[in-house]
Ligand binder design. Structure first.
Ligand code: NAP
Ligand code: 3JN
Length: 339
C-alpha cells in the first residue's frame, strides 16, 4: 500500500499528542513522519509506533516533500503556515478556526458532509470544525435529513482539555490546593475553574455572545449547508478533564417522535445511543473519554412546543472533537484524492 509523508504541526500539544496516537491506532499509512512545534520544544522526542522522533522547529521550509499536514498549533500559526504548506503541495487539514468560515475552504465532519472535501483543491486546505460543533452535528444530521431542523438551542458543559495542556494542569493544581485548604493560583481562566462553572469560552463579542458560541452558530449552518437553521448557544467551561457534554433542544418542521429519533440515531454512523433512564443510563463524559463515538441520551419530546426534541450529547473533545475528526478527513483524502 502507498504510504504518505505526514507532518503534525503542534505535535507536543494536547491535540497533537492525540493526533500521533490516532495515526498509530488506525494504522494510517505513514511513510515519513515530521513532528513540528515551537522552539520551546527543541530537543524533545515523541514516540510513534515504538520509535522516537525528534520534535523539529516549525519554519517556512518544514513542508518540503510533505504530502499531508495536520495542523493544531493555533489560528495564527495556521494563518501563516497553512498557505505555505499548501503552496509546497501539501494537503492541509487544519484544526483551528483560521479558515473555517472561508467560503473556499471545506469545513468537514466525515459522518455529515464528506462530499464537501471535493472543493479542497482551491486552497489546498480542509478545515476541521470546533469540537462542540462536531459532536452536535454528528447527532443532529440524521434528524435534519428526516424532519428538517428549524431551530437549535444548545448549552455546553466543556472540559478543560479544550483549552490545552496548561488548563489540564491548572484544574489538577487548583483541586489539590483547595482540598489542602490552600489558596489556588489562577492563571489560565479569568476565574477559578476547580469546583466552578464559567459561562465564558473564548472572547466576548459585541453582540454579548462569546466567540465559542458564535463558532457553533456559524459552523453548524455551513456544515449542514443550511443557513436557514436558527442556532443559539451558551458555552460553559466545567471542571471535567475530558469530554464535552451538551444539552440540545431542537424544533423541527415535521413532527418526529422520541422513538423515531432513538431509532434514527441508533443507526447513525459515529453515534451510540445510551438512553435507559430506568437504569440511570445516559451519556457521561467519564464514559466517553477515550472513545471515538458521540453518545446521545435523555431523548425526549419537548412538551412545551409542537415539534420539539430534547437530548444530551457527549463526546471526547480531543478525539472526535479534534484529532480523530482530522485523521478521518485525512483518510478520505488518501482514499479519494491523493492516490
Ligand atoms: P496546547 O496543548 O497548548 O498545544 C499547543 C501546540 O502548538 C504545542 O505543540 C505548541 O508547541 C504549538 N505551538 C505553539 N506556538 C507555536 C509556534 N509559534 N510554532 C510552532 N508550534 C507552536 O493546545 P491544544 O489544545 O493542542 O490546541 C492547539 C490548537 O488546536 C488550538 O489553538 C486550536 O486552534 C486547535 N484546537 C481545536 C479544537 C477543536 O475544537 N477542533 C480543540 C482544541 C484545540 P510547544 O509545545 O513547542 O509550545
Ligand atoms: O475550548 C474548547 O473546548 C475548544 C477550544 C478550541 C479552540 C481553542 C483555542 C483556539 C479553538 C478552536 O478550535 O476553535 C481555537 C481556534 O482555533 O480559534
Amino acid at each position: 500500500m502507498r504510504k504518505y509523508s505526514v507532518a503534525v504541526v503542534g505535535a507536543t500539544g494536547a491535540v497533537g499528542n492525540e493526533l500521533i496516537k490516532i495515526l498509530e491506532e488506525r494504522d494510517f499509512p505513514v511513510g515519513k513522519l515530521k513532528l513540528l512545534a515551537s522552539a520551546r520544544s527543541m530537543g524533545k522526542e515523541l514516540t510513534y509506533k515504538n520509535e522516537d522522533y525528534p520534535v523539529e522547529v516549525l519554519d517556512e521550509n518544514s513542508f518540503e516533500g510533505v504530502e499531508i499536514g495536520l495542523f493544531s498549533a493555533g489560528g495564527g500559526i495556521s494563518e501563516r503556515f497553512a498557505p505555505i504548506a499548501a503552496d509546497a503541495g501539501c494537503a492541509v487539514v487544519d484544526n483551528t478556526s483560521a479558515f473555517r468560515m472561508d467560503p473556499e475552504v471545506p469545513l468537514v465532519v466525515p459522518e455529515v458532509n464528506p462530499e464537501a472535501i471535493v472543493s479542497y483543491k482551491t486552497k489546498g486546505i480542509i478545515a476541521n470544525p470546533n469540537c462542540s460543533t462536531i459532536q452536535m452535528v454528528v447527532a443532529l444530521k440524521p434528524i435534519h435529513d428526516a424532519a428538517k431542523i428549524k431551530r437549535i438551542v444548545v448549552s455546553t458543559y466543556q472540559a478543560v482539555s479544550g483549552t490545552g495542556k496548561k488548563a489540564i494542569d491548572e484544574l489538577v493544581e487548583q483541586t489539590k490546593a483547595l482540598l489542602a485548604l490552600k489558596e489556588p493560583e489562577i492563571n489560565v481562566y479569568p476565574h477559578r475553574i476547580a469546583f466552578n462553572c464559567l459561562p465564558h469560552i473564548d472572547v466576548f463579542l459585541e453582540n454579548g455572545y462569546t466567540q465559542e458560541e458564535m463558532k457553533m452558530v456559524n459552523e453548524t449552518k455551513k456544515i449542514m449547508t443550511d443557513p436557514s437553521i436558527a442556532v443559539t448557544a451558551t458555552t460553559v467551561r466545567v471542571p471535567v478533564f475530558y469530554g464535552h457534554s451538551e444539552s440540545v433542544n431542537i424544533e423541527t418542521e415535521r413532527k418526529i417522535s422520541a422513538g423515531e429519533v432513538k431509532k434514527l440515531l441508533s443507526q447513525a454512523p459515529g453515534v451510540t445511543v445510551v438512553d435507559n433512564p430506568d437504569l440511570s443510563e445516559y451519556p457521561l463524559a467519564s464514559d466517553a473519554a477515550g472513545k471515538n463515538d458521540t453518545f446521545v441520551g435523555r431523548i425526549r419530546e419537548d412538551e412545551s412546543i409542537d415539534n420539539g426534541i430534547n437530548m444530551w450529547i457527549v463526546s471526547d473533545n480531543i478525539r472526535k472533537g479534534a484529532a480523530l475528526n482530522t485523521v478521518q478527513i485525512a483518510e478520505i483524502l488518501i482514499r479519494d484524492y491523493l492516490q
